[in-house]
Design a protein around this ligand. Sequence first.
Ligand code: URA
Length: 181
Amino acid sequence: MRGCTRCGLRAGCSGVVFGEGDARAHLCLIGEGPGATEDELGRPFVGAAGQLLDRILAAAGFRRAQVYITNVVLCRPPGNRVPSDEEMAACRPRLQRQLRQIDPGIVVALGGTAVRALVDPRGRISQTRGRWHQLDGRWVLATYHPAYLLRNPGAKNAAWADFRMVVDLYRRLYGDPGPGA
Ligand code: URA
């Protein structure tokens, strides 16, 4: 994948930002694509939005190493623009393969791009968040992207309600996630 040429993004970024976490995780979180910090450090969700995601996960009782975190596209779109439909389509077989391999029962779609990749190609976060969707036998919940929450702190309560739904289902399916970070 390091030399992937399925779309033009690889040519304009520093490197492929692979997902990370437990390769057998029951819970997988999927963002949009690497930002500048992720591109520089080669790890997903390590910039400001990633730090907020870490705090949300810890408050929900999850350690980061216990879940799997990846993105709809693995290469940073220039200037952090939203990946195009073609770029998302080019990375889709990789995302589908990973979901099959990791086989999480619960997937959280972080933001509109992940909604369009996982729930509905024309979906909007405002209409899809807060309720469960099904994808290939997995439960998918959409919620606001942490970068959106940084810009719109008023949406944090709704995002927290979404994460409570994730914890409740996780408990029912797999037991207590644990004490968090
Ligand atoms: N935003 C994303 O969608 N993904 C990351 O990895 C970082 C920021």
